[in-house]
Design a protein. Structure first.
Length: 130
C-alpha cells in the first residue's frame, strides 16, 4: 500500500498542471504515470525530480538509449519493479530490442553475482587497477 495516494490529473492546477503537461509532451504519453502523480503530493519534489531527470537523461557523452539501459540495470539491482518497467518501456521507445534486454539482464545478473563473490571473499583490489 502506498504511503501517499497519487493525485488525480483532473484536480491539478498551477505548477503541477504545468509539469504534468510537460511530462505528457516530452514523453509523448496521454496519461501521467503513478510515479509523477504521487510526487505531485509535494509540488517542489515533483518539479525538482522532473527537472533533474530531464537534465541527466538528455543526450550527452552517452546517448539516450545507453542512459535508459543503465537506468534499467540499476533499477534491477535495486529491485525497483516500477522503475524497471518504466525505463524498459522508455528504452524500447528509444530502440532497445528484445535481444538487447536479454543481454542486459545477463550482464546485470553476472555483475551482481561477481560483486557478491568479491565482497564475500573480501578480495583485495589489484594495484594495477587503482
Amino acid at each position: 500500500m502506498p504511503l501517499l495516494k497519487p493525485i488525480s490529473e483532473k484536480n491539478v492546477t498551477g505548477k503541477v498542471k504545468k509539469i504534468f503537461t510537460e511530462i505528457k509532451k516530452t514523453r509523448k504519453i496521454s496519461k501521467i504515470p503513478n510515479f509523477w502523480r504521487t510526487l505531485a503530493n509535494d509540488p517542489q519534489t515533483l518539479e525538482r525530480t522532473w527537472r533533474s531527470l530531464q537534465e541527466v537523461m538528455a543526450k550527452g557523452s552517452l546517448d539516450v538509449l545507453t542512459k535508459e539501459l543503465i537506468y534499467v540495470a540499476v533499477s534491477m539491482t535495486n529491485s525497483c519493479e516500477y522503475c524497471i518497467r518504466s525505463h524498459t518501456a522508455a528504452a524500447r521507445k528509444k530502440g532497445m530490442s528484445e535481444d538487447m534486454l536479454k543481454e542486459l539482464v545477463a550482464v546485470v545478473g553476472m555483475a551482481n553475482e561477481t560483486n557478491r563473490l568479491v565482497e564475500s571473499y573480501q578480495v583485495e583490489v589489484d594495484e594495477f587497477l587503482r
